[in-house]
Design a protein around this ligand. Structure first.
Ligand code: ADP
Length: 182
Protein backbone atom coordinates (compact mmCIF):
# COMPACT_ATOMS: atom_id res chain seq x y z
CA UNK A 1 0.00 0.00 0.00
CA UNK A 2 1.05 3.61 -0.38
CA UNK A 3 0.17 6.77 -2.25
CA UNK A 4 0.13 6.95 -6.05
CA UNK A 5 3.67 7.37 -7.32
CA UNK A 6 5.29 5.77 -4.25
CA UNK A 7 6.61 2.98 -6.46
CA UNK A 8 4.16 0.18 -5.65
CA UNK A 9 4.08 -1.20 -9.18
CA UNK A 10 7.85 -1.07 -9.64
CA UNK A 11 8.58 -2.73 -6.31
CA UNK A 12 5.73 -5.24 -6.58
CA UNK A 13 7.29 -6.71 -9.73
CA UNK A 14 10.61 -7.38 -7.98
CA UNK A 15 9.04 -8.72 -4.80
CA UNK A 16 6.67 -11.06 -6.66
CA UNK A 17 9.60 -12.38 -8.70
CA UNK A 18 11.74 -12.85 -5.60
CA UNK A 19 9.03 -14.93 -3.87
CA UNK A 20 7.81 -16.64 -7.09
CA UNK A 21 4.22 -15.47 -6.71
CA UNK A 22 1.98 -13.64 -9.18
CA UNK A 23 1.89 -9.83 -9.10
CA UNK A 24 -1.77 -8.83 -9.17
CA UNK A 25 -2.21 -5.14 -9.93
CA UNK A 26 -5.76 -3.82 -10.22
CA UNK A 27 -4.45 -0.76 -12.10
CA UNK A 28 -2.73 -3.06 -14.64
CA UNK A 29 -5.86 -5.19 -14.99
CA UNK A 30 -7.97 -2.10 -15.67
CA UNK A 31 -5.45 -0.78 -18.20
CA UNK A 32 -5.34 -4.15 -20.01
CA UNK A 33 -9.13 -4.21 -20.14
CA UNK A 34 -9.12 -0.68 -21.46
CA UNK A 35 -6.69 -1.59 -24.21
CA UNK A 36 -8.88 -4.53 -25.26
CA UNK A 37 -12.00 -2.36 -24.92
CA UNK A 38 -13.81 -4.88 -22.72
CA UNK A 39 -16.97 -3.90 -20.82
CA UNK A 40 -14.97 -3.62 -17.58
CA UNK A 41 -12.35 -1.49 -19.31
CA UNK A 42 -14.91 0.89 -20.71
CA UNK A 43 -16.68 1.15 -17.36
CA UNK A 44 -13.42 1.82 -15.52
CA UNK A 45 -12.13 4.40 -17.99
CA UNK A 46 -14.25 7.35 -16.88
CA UNK A 47 -13.23 6.88 -13.25
CA UNK A 48 -9.55 6.41 -14.02
CA UNK A 49 -9.47 9.46 -16.28
CA UNK A 50 -10.82 11.58 -13.43
CA UNK A 51 -8.44 10.13 -10.84
CA UNK A 52 -11.33 8.51 -8.96
CA UNK A 53 -11.60 4.95 -7.75
CA UNK A 54 -13.45 2.46 -9.90
CA UNK A 55 -16.60 1.36 -8.03
CA UNK A 56 -15.97 -1.34 -5.42
CA UNK A 57 -18.31 -3.92 -6.95
CA UNK A 58 -16.37 -3.85 -10.24
CA UNK A 59 -12.96 -3.91 -8.56
CA UNK A 60 -13.93 -6.61 -6.10
CA UNK A 61 -15.26 -8.82 -8.88
CA UNK A 62 -12.06 -8.68 -10.92
CA UNK A 63 -9.89 -9.46 -7.89
CA UNK A 64 -12.11 -12.35 -6.77
CA UNK A 65 -11.87 -13.77 -10.28
CA UNK A 66 -8.11 -13.30 -10.49
CA UNK A 67 -7.59 -15.08 -7.18
CA UNK A 68 -9.24 -18.22 -8.59
CA UNK A 69 -6.45 -18.64 -11.16
CA UNK A 70 -4.22 -21.64 -10.42
CA UNK A 71 -1.09 -19.50 -10.08
CA UNK A 72 -2.54 -17.80 -6.98
CA UNK A 73 -3.03 -21.02 -5.00
CA UNK A 74 0.39 -20.82 -3.34
CA UNK A 75 0.30 -17.10 -2.65
CA UNK A 76 0.16 -13.76 -4.44
CA UNK A 77 1.10 -10.12 -4.15
CA UNK A 78 -1.73 -7.60 -4.41
CA UNK A 79 -0.74 -4.18 -5.73
CA UNK A 80 -3.25 -1.34 -5.50
CA UNK A 81 -5.89 -3.42 -3.75
CA UNK A 82 -7.62 -3.10 -1.32
CA UNK A 83 -8.01 0.69 -1.33
CA UNK A 84 -11.36 1.16 0.42
CA UNK A 85 -12.95 -0.25 3.55
CA UNK A 86 -15.46 -2.14 1.42
CA UNK A 87 -12.56 -3.78 -0.46
CA UNK A 88 -10.81 -4.67 2.82
CA UNK A 89 -13.93 -6.43 4.07
CA UNK A 90 -14.59 -8.13 0.76
CA UNK A 91 -11.02 -9.41 0.54
CA UNK A 92 -11.18 -10.76 4.09
CA UNK A 93 -14.28 -12.73 3.14
CA UNK A 94 -12.87 -14.06 -0.14
CA UNK A 95 -9.69 -15.22 1.57
CA UNK A 96 -11.53 -16.73 4.54
CA UNK A 97 -13.60 -18.80 2.10
CA UNK A 98 -10.38 -20.23 0.64
CA UNK A 99 -8.59 -20.68 3.96
CA UNK A 100 -6.07 -18.10 2.89
CA UNK A 101 -4.97 -14.96 4.70
CA UNK A 102 -2.86 -11.87 4.30
CA UNK A 103 0.64 -12.48 5.68
CA UNK A 104 2.02 -8.97 5.43
CA UNK A 105 1.06 -5.49 4.30
CA UNK A 106 3.91 -3.41 2.96
CA UNK A 107 3.36 0.32 3.27
CA UNK A 108 5.61 2.42 1.07
CA UNK A 109 6.04 5.76 2.80
CA UNK A 110 6.88 8.84 0.75
CA UNK A 111 6.60 12.61 0.83
CA UNK A 112 3.59 13.89 -1.13
CA UNK A 113 5.39 16.75 -2.92
CA UNK A 114 8.09 14.38 -4.16
CA UNK A 115 5.37 12.08 -5.47
CA UNK A 116 3.65 14.77 -7.52
CA UNK A 117 6.95 15.40 -9.28
CA UNK A 118 7.55 11.67 -9.86
CA UNK A 119 4.08 11.25 -11.32
CA UNK A 120 4.54 14.20 -13.65
CA UNK A 121 7.79 12.67 -14.89
CA UNK A 122 6.10 9.31 -15.41
CA UNK A 123 3.32 11.03 -17.34
CA UNK A 124 5.86 12.18 -19.89
CA UNK A 125 7.59 8.80 -20.11
CA UNK A 126 4.54 6.54 -20.28
CA UNK A 127 1.91 8.83 -21.67
CA UNK A 128 -0.64 7.79 -19.03
CA UNK A 129 -3.93 9.67 -19.38
CA UNK A 130 -4.34 9.78 -15.59
CA UNK A 131 -1.05 11.59 -15.02
CA UNK A 132 -1.98 15.25 -15.63
CA UNK A 133 -1.38 17.62 -12.74
CA UNK A 134 -5.08 17.97 -12.01
CA UNK A 135 -5.72 14.23 -12.02
CA UNK A 136 -2.58 13.53 -9.96
CA UNK A 137 -3.78 15.93 -7.29
CA UNK A 138 -7.18 14.25 -7.31
CA UNK A 139 -5.63 10.78 -6.97
CA UNK A 140 -3.57 11.92 -3.99
CA UNK A 141 -6.67 13.42 -2.36
CA UNK A 142 -8.67 10.25 -2.88
CA UNK A 143 -5.78 8.21 -1.48
CA UNK A 144 -5.56 10.35 1.67
CA UNK A 145 -9.32 10.29 2.20
CA UNK A 146 -10.08 6.63 1.41
CA UNK A 147 -6.98 4.49 1.54
CA UNK A 148 -4.61 5.98 4.12
CA UNK A 149 -7.18 5.43 6.91
CA UNK A 150 -7.68 1.72 6.12
CA UNK A 151 -3.99 0.99 6.68
CA UNK A 152 -4.94 1.40 10.34
CA UNK A 153 -7.08 -1.75 10.10
CA UNK A 154 -4.02 -3.72 9.10
CA UNK A 155 -1.84 -1.98 11.69
CA UNK A 156 -4.30 -3.07 14.36
CA UNK A 157 -3.70 -6.64 13.19
CA UNK A 158 0.09 -6.16 13.29
CA UNK A 159 0.43 -6.87 9.59
CA UNK A 160 2.02 -3.64 8.41
CA UNK A 161 5.68 -3.18 7.59
CA UNK A 162 6.54 0.43 6.84
CA UNK A 163 9.29 0.96 4.30
CA UNK A 164 10.81 4.26 3.21
CA UNK A 165 9.89 4.54 -0.48
CA UNK A 166 12.37 7.28 -1.32
CA UNK A 167 15.78 6.41 -2.72
CA UNK A 168 17.13 4.25 -5.52
CA UNK A 169 14.79 1.53 -6.80
CA UNK A 170 17.27 -1.22 -5.77
CA UNK A 171 17.68 0.29 -2.34
CA UNK A 172 13.95 0.30 -1.73
CA UNK A 173 13.66 -3.30 -3.00
CA UNK A 174 16.38 -4.35 -0.57
CA UNK A 175 14.63 -2.59 2.28
CA UNK A 176 11.40 -4.43 1.52
CA UNK A 177 13.05 -7.84 1.21
CA UNK A 178 14.99 -7.32 4.43
CA UNK A 179 11.81 -6.29 6.23
CA UNK A 180 9.88 -9.30 4.86
CA UNK A 181 12.60 -11.75 5.83
CA UNK A 182 13.12 -10.16 9.23
P1 ADP B 1 -1.79 4.58 -8.78
O1 ADP B 1 -1.35 3.65 -7.68
O2 ADP B 1 -0.68 5.45 -9.23
O3 ADP B 1 -3.05 5.30 -8.45
P2 ADP B 1 -2.74 2.33 -10.37
O4 ADP B 1 -2.14 1.91 -11.64
O5 ADP B 1 -2.60 1.41 -9.21
O6 ADP B 1 -2.09 3.75 -10.08
O7 ADP B 1 -4.29 2.63 -10.57
C1 ADP B 1 -4.75 3.44 -11.63
C2 ADP B 1 -6.25 3.71 -11.47
O8 ADP B 1 -6.98 2.46 -11.50
C3 ADP B 1 -6.66 4.35 -10.14
O9 ADP B 1 -6.50 5.75 -10.13
C4 ADP B 1 -8.14 3.90 -10.05
O10 ADP B 1 -8.98 4.69 -10.88
C5 ADP B 1 -8.10 2.50 -10.61
N1 ADP B 1 -7.90 1.51 -9.52
C6 ADP B 1 -6.81 0.73 -9.33
N2 ADP B 1 -6.95 -0.04 -8.24
C7 ADP B 1 -8.18 0.27 -7.71
C8 ADP B 1 -8.90 -0.18 -6.57
N3 ADP B 1 -8.43 -1.09 -5.73
N4 ADP B 1 -10.13 0.37 -6.36
C9 ADP B 1 -10.64 1.27 -7.19
N5 ADP B 1 -10.01 1.75 -8.26
C10 ADP B 1 -8.79 1.25 -8.54
Amino acid sequence: MGPPGAGKGTQAKFIAEKFSIPHISTGDIFRENLKKETAIGLEAKAFMDRGEYVPDDVTNRIVADRLTWPDAVGGFLLDGYPRTLDQVNFLDQVLADKDQKIDRVIELVADINTLVQRLLNRAQEQNRADDTKEVITKRLEVYLAETAPIIENYKAKNLVIQVDGLGEINTVTRRIITALEG
